[in-house]
Ligand binder design. Sequence first.
Ligand SMILES: Nc1ncnc2c1ncn2[C@@H]1O[C@H](COP(=O)(O)OP(=O)(O)OP(=O)(O)O)[C@@H](O)[C@H]1O
Ligand SMILES: [Mg+2]
Length: 330
Amino acid sequence: MALLEVENLQTHFRTPDGGVNRAVDGLSFSVEAGETVAIVGESGCGKSVTSMSILRLIPEPPGKIAGAIRFNGRDLLKLSDREMRAIRGNEISMIFQEPMTSLNPVLTIGQQIGEALRLHQGMSRSQAEAKAVEMLTLVGIPAPARRVKEYPHQLSGGMRQRVMIAIALACNPKLLIADEPTTALDVTIQAQILDLMRDLKRTVGAAIVLITHDLGVVAEVAERVIVMYAGRKVEEAKVEELFRAPKHPYTQGLLGAVPKLGSSLTGETERLAEIPGLVPSLKQRIDYCVFAGRCPYATDLCREVTPALEEKAPGHVAACHYAVKEAVAA
Ligand SMILES: Nc1ncnc2c1ncn2[C@@H]1O[C@H](COP(=O)(O)OP(=O)(O)OP(=O)(O)O)[C@@H](O)[C@H]1O
Ligand SMILES: [Mg+2]
């Protein structure tokens, strides 16, 4: 059994004009214990909505979540709010893009790391403070005993993101969801945070769902990649396989301007390639290929029939009528 199994997730939002925005439309994927899975795709394709759905942080209404999100076999969508609070920040935690807005300006760093430890693990104030110093050491913050007593504004952006990671890891979560964890930082700091995440992967052993625009980051950190387009998964493969032989024309487009492996460490990260054309409106039901309107290879078939997610090579699926199928072991 996988640690996380997302099955046919549908997160839709009512729009003010009475329509429905199908932000996530039938997404399925799984994450094994200790594995790092990246979710990539253009702005608005439903990456953050997917992560917020896993943590049940979608406002309902206007949002509505359907499908199943099994964590260790338990469907999170069936838990009470109280049961969910016991999981959030404890067994599953999250790092957001903007460290300043996620930290509380009037609490010290130590108090903020300690909060979750006292809530979830019943630690005393002094135990929590000792653990906070240990966590700051783990994430590479110098003079941790002094830093725990400081407030967020006394730290640089990169330090604050390290603190966010320390908070997220304090309770020893089995799953860490990192939504664009380096996007708000400048490039040298990005590289340092990435290095830290790779180190932590080895030392902490939590599974990571890494959401990013940056294929350089994916190449550095992830083992498997899910490519989303307009609320759906269009391709999934192991990292090396996806970079070596992308099957979906959308992924091929994204990889058009991909940085070389290792370049994110030298600060030369690049954003995803621009693909001409517009993402289809999520307000209509699309019962043909979601990418047909922008695809250089689209035919009438693509404009009429939704391609199923099909195994094109071992462990490599894509939703495209024309993607070449390699020999798949039976
Ligand atoms: N609270 C909300 N209410 C209504 N619509 C929302 C809400 N949150 C997200 N959406 C819509 O869901 C869709 C997917 O948004 P999402 O934030 O998941 O994109 P994303 O892939 O994370 O993009 P980015 O790369 O820019 O962060 C968008 O159309 C967005 O407007
Ligand atoms: Mg987002």
